[in-house]
Design a protein around this ligand. Structure first.
Ligand SMILES: *[C@@H]1O[C@H](CO)[C@@H](O)[C@H](O)[C@H]1NC(C)=O
Ligand SMILES: *[C@@H]1O[C@H](CO)[C@@H](O)[C@H](O)[C@H]1NC(C)=O
Ligand SMILES: *[C@@H]1O[C@H](CO)[C@@H](O)[C@H](O)[C@H]1NC(C)=O
Ligand SMILES: *[C@@H]1O[C@H](CO)[C@@H](O)[C@H](O)[C@H]1NC(C)=O
Length: 459
């Protein structure tokens, strides 16, 4: 208690110190009230960072032996001690163990780059009543948008960014959870974080499983599955596709891939952004700026400075210091006209090439069964847009074992909670080998009452 009090005093001192340096009291697109909202969100964000001053955490420094390492190699492993769990990972419930690792994944040209991840282990092999169990079922978790800066990595978060919404729920259901931060969140990589780079995130997932096996392989089933939400819903879907493509022998060493659960997938940024840009209203701008930063990292011909208005550019340093919630306080009320000189960048050759090769827009065949879950009130990943992708997959590959579950009257995060029992049962069927359908289906579930919670998005 005393410690957390001191911590918040320290943080507010840091907050006022940095705001009293050279920052203006207001910007053209963010007045004093907006800046105050930004600062409040940013302070709350920082309280959740496992190491508030990220550059103090040597864990994320590139290990010396990265130079000659290959994708899938483990470079650093750290078991988070019980003592540090009580100060730096306070959102982890009793009995779970956390480790973090730096490992090698690969870039779009297949050259090795570093990524970080955390690993969550349940308390005991015996606690779920299966007294004969000798291994945990292996589940990769793919997180959604948390920000674009290194310190936003879920492994640098007191509750792993998603808490009970996903990784803790899975670990407490008996799964070993291996959760990549994705290359460039956490670790430092040339060009920075490949936000929404689904095809690359798929490699980050597969190699995280390979690397984790080097330390805890004896505790993990050879079979594994992947679950993800939003950006991670994209990742889970792309993992299922990439593992069916040629020349993926190295990724396939992750083990026997059983299937994917893709919740509220942010599949095709061009379609999501085009729809957002079509109106005159707010465009959820931090996310579009993150996409642009991601493309700029690999395609120097597309430069943020050429497309952001000067007024929006002024806010970039604040965006870079913060993560998604402060980014939303800063940019979310802005319209396309306020943020971009024009929006034709989503039709540029760089964007198209990025979307096809890096985001990995399909349709592509699936390696294994897939359950897609979507809240019908989702205002972030629109149902209509990605249902089209679901149908494209089913039209091109009618033998796919793919199910789309629609969850009425719930949005992007509430649907992730509401459908937990459904997709947990699906994952259990994957591991039991009883998920054999060879066709596509769409199903809408019915809520039992009319007074269910619709707004809670927290952890
Ligand atoms: C843990 O938290 C403390 C207090 O915020 C911080 O000083 C320290 O750098 C953090 N990280 C590690 C690795 O202990
Ligand atoms: C964070 O740590 C770095 C390196 O230890 C230091 O240079 C920097 O001043 C610190 N930042 C803050 C805001 O304390
Ligand atoms: C890199 O060094 C770490 C720490 O010494 C070691 O655990 C790891 O196995 C090494 N990895 C490679 C690929 O050399
Ligand atoms: C849109 O902005 C780009 C980059 O600033 C510029 O090159 C292009 O001419 C603009 N297009 C239109 C139609 O205004």
């Amino acid at each position: 208690m005393l410690f957390s009090l001191l911590l918040s005093l320290l943080l507010s001192a840091l907050g006022s110190a940095s705001s009293s340096t050279s920052r203006p009291d207001a910007y053209s697109l963010c007045d004093a009230q907006c800046l105050e909202a930004y600062q409040t969100s940013h302070n709350s964000e920082r309280k959740l960072w496992a190491t508030p001053n990220f550059s103090d955490d040597r864990f994320y420094d590139t290990p010396a032996n990265a130079t000659r390492a290959k994708p899938g190699d483990l470079l650093r492993w750290e078991d988070v001690s019980t003592e540090r769990m009580s100060t730096n990972f306070t959102g982890i419930p009793g009995g779970l163990s956390v480790s973090r690792m730096i490992y090698m994944t690969e870039d779009i040209d297949r050259k090795p780059i570093t990524a970080s991840a955390y690993i969550l282990l349940p308390y005991s092999l015996e606690i779920y009543g299966d007294l004969g169990a000798t291994r945990f079922r292996t589940l990769a978790w793919a997180h959604g948008t948390v920000g674009h800066s290194r310190q936003c990595a879920p492994s640098n978060n007191q509750n792993l960014a998603y808490g009970w919404k996903a990784p803790i729920f899975f670990a407490n259901s008996g799964y070993a959870v291996i959760a990549t931060d994705y290359a460039g969140l956490g670790t430092q990589v040339p060009g920075g974080f490949r936000y929404e780079g689904g095809f690359l995130h798929a490699a980050d997932v597969a190699y995280s499983v390979i690397a984790a096996r080097k330390v805890i392989g004896h505790l993990l089933t050879d079979e594994w599955a992947v679950v993800g939400h939003s950006e991670g819903g994209l990742t889970a879907w792309r993992t299922n596709e990439r593992l069916a493509m040629p020349n993926q022998d190295e990724l396939l060493k992750a083990g026997t891939f059983l299937g994917a659960v893709s919740v509220a997938p942010a599949l095709r940024p061009s379609e999501l952004l085009r729809k957002a840009f079509a109106g005159d209203g707010p465009i959820y701008a931090p996310v579009s700026v993150y996409v642009m930063k991601s493309i700029q990292g690999l395609y120097p011909e597309l430069q943020i400075k050429d497309w952001l208005t000067p007024e929006a550019r002024e806010l970039m340093p604040l965006l870079e210091q913060s993560c998604l919630s402060a980014g939303l306080a800063l940019y979310s009320k802005l319209t396309a006209k306020q943020v971009f000189t024009n929006t034709t960048w989503i039709d540029s050759p760089a964007f198209r090439d990025w979307e096809s090769r890096v985001n990995g827009a399909g349709p592509h065949a699936l390696a294994a069964p897939m359950l897609v879950v979507q809240g019908l009130d989702d205002q972030i990943t629109y149902t209509e847009e990605f249902t089209r992708d679901f149908k494209r997959t089913c039209d091109a590959f009618p033998e796919s074992s793919a199910e789309l579950l629609l969850v009425p009257e719930l949005g992007h995060d509430p649907a992730l909670y509401a459908a937990q029992p459904y997709y947990l049962a699906y994952i259990q069927r994957l591991f039991a080998g009883t998920c054999q359908q060879r066709r596509c289906s769409i199903r809408t579930i019915k809520p039992i009452t009319k007074h269910f919670q619709q707004y809670f998005v927290g952890y």
